[in-house]
Design a binder for this molecule. Structure first.
Ligand code: ZN
Length: 475
């Protein structure tokens, strides 16, 4: 399939520069270099904006990107900035000719970043800096790289006169790293602007390089565990610590925690996690890999479950996990505590309801006097269906960069904007054109970096993806 698609691109070059899609490494490809330079300029501007939660810098960033799209020829009615408190979203519609008869494709990234303290960094986090191999700065990986990349992609396709066979819609959100209120608002109040057959969340996923720079694995996120936090509180009438009674709020919470410690949530699997284990197993030449292979065939295999459950990096793929993360109790060292509260953080396997998990925890704690509450507003989402067309497009696009690299569907343990799109009924897949050695991944951390080569590679990847998914037979 991969080679057929590639061949189709070779023989029907309607796009002005379709030819380079098949020869990305050609040194004389000035057009690719020119647009890569635009992407670097956009990234440079983006990194200089400290778009952390509360700083109020996202609207100006959105406004500057809006100008880029308008200058590229996108009509004003298709470029929409939606303010939200101190932040904002930017929606851009690339109008298709509708010849596919299909709904559009949503391409989503986020303009905000997690905080970075210049004192802790080797280079200033809010200046784009570079060495031979990498760009450095807060957001060069997560997620201003892909904001700059998608912007460049739209500008380039527009300059080519390209008309997709379905609408392409960019959604840049403004608070993915904090409250996710912008994506929440988009899915609730602006559905017509962002409605799509599916969303590609260009944030996370992507390729892994080995120490010799060879691509060995590429991940696409199909599902996310639901992040949910509960508090359980024991209350007591209190009193003087010189006159203890057998009932005590701290004892009550301690007993409940011991019971949670002993509890096992049901082992669960779905097509995505079984495929993930089946395709990851060959990379691990040890008993963990063997356990993955057995689990993929029989997800009830007790020894496989036991082996994988013992691995912190894989236990979360086997089902829901809940763990106490914070304690708060008492008010004076010489007083009987009037209350004790444990915070329990859960990562819920797709398909389970937050309320059901809380009920299970309540049953495990087995103390009806405990008070329970959900902290924050968890968003539960199901697994996106396996999408053969998308995975074929990924295969075809990767074949031009890292031929033969295995594509592995993944369930993500964190939460991205994709959870909101899924919850709103828009299947969502996380992927990016970035390949990185896992040892060089510093997203959210110090000295965040991205390979310079990722710019041209990602432009090639995304142009090919659009050709596969939205160019129709005319390309
Ligand atoms: Zn991100």
């Amino acid at each position: 399939m991969r080679y057929q698609l590639r061949h189709r691109l070779l023989v029907i070059p309607t796009l002005a520069s379709a030819l380079w899609l098949c020869q990305p490494a050609a040194a004389d490809d000035t057009e690719l270099h020119d647009y890569a330079a635009l992407a670097v300029d956009l990234l440079d501007d983006a990194i200089s904006r400290e778009t952390v939660a509360g700083a109020g810098n996202v609207p100006a960033y959105a406004a500057s990107l809006e100008q880029v799209f308008l200058a590229a020829g996108f009509p004003k009615e298709h470029v929409t900035v939606i303010p939200h408190g101190e932040t904002a979203s930017l929606i851009v519609r690339y109008l298709g000719d509708g010849s596919s008869g299909r709904k559009g494709i949503l391409l989503a990234s986020h303009m905000d970043v997690v905080p970075a303290d210049p004192k802790d960094w080797e280079r200033h986090p809010f200046e784009l800096q570079a060495d031979e191999t990498f760009y450095f700065g807060r957001g060069v990986l997560d997620n201003k790289f892909d904001v700059s990349l998608l912007t460049t992609l739209f500008v380039w396709l527009k300059a080519d006169g390209f008309i997709p066979n379905r609408d392409l819609i960019i959604a840049f959100t403004g608070d993915e790293e904090s409250y996710q209120a912008t994506v929440d608002m988009l899915t609730r109040d602006h559905r017509a602007l962002i409605d799509a057959e599916f969303a590609l969340v260009v944030d996370g996923g992507g390729g892994a390089l080995d120490d010799d720079g060879r691509g060995f694995q590429y991940q696409v996120g199909f599902a996310e565990k639901t992040y949910a936090t509960f508090s359980m509180t024991a209350r007591n009438q209190g009193g003087h610590s010189s006159m203890p009674r057998p009932d005590n709020a701290i004892f009550d919470i301690a007993h409940a925690i011991r019971r949670l410690e002993a509890h096992q949530f049901a082992v669960e699997s779905n097509e995505i996690t079984r495929t993930y284990f089946a395709r990851t197993a060959p990379f691990l030449d040890n008993d963990v890999g063997a356990a993955m292979a057995r689990f993929a065939i029989n997800p009830r295999d007790p020894s496989a479950i036991a082996r994988l459950s013992a691995q912190p990096e894989y236990v979360g793929t086997l089902g829901t996990t809940c763990i106490p993360t914070m304690l708060k109790a008492g008010h004076a060292e010489n007083a009987l505590p009037r209350s004790a509260t444990a915070t329990v953080n859960c990562r819920i396997f797709p398909g389970n309801k937050v309320a059901d998990v809380m009920r299970e925890l309540q049953q495990v704690a087995a103390n009806p006097a405990l008070e329970w509450a959900v902290v924050g507003k968890p968003v539960a989402s199901d697994t996106s269906p396996y999408n053969v067309e998308l995975m074929d497009a990924v295969d075809a696009s990767l074949s031009q960069l890292y031929p033969g690299v295995p594509v592995i569907p993944k369930m993500i343990s964190g939460t991205t904007d994709g959870a909101y799109f899924r919850a709103a009924g828009i299947p969502s897949y996380s992927l990016t054109g970035i390949f990185l050695n896992p040892a060089d991944s510093f997203a959210h951390g110090l000295n965040e970096r991205v390979r310079k080569d990722s710019i041209e590679e990602s432009l090639i990847f995304w142009r090919s993806m659009i050709a596969e998914l939205a160019a129709g037979e005319g390309l």
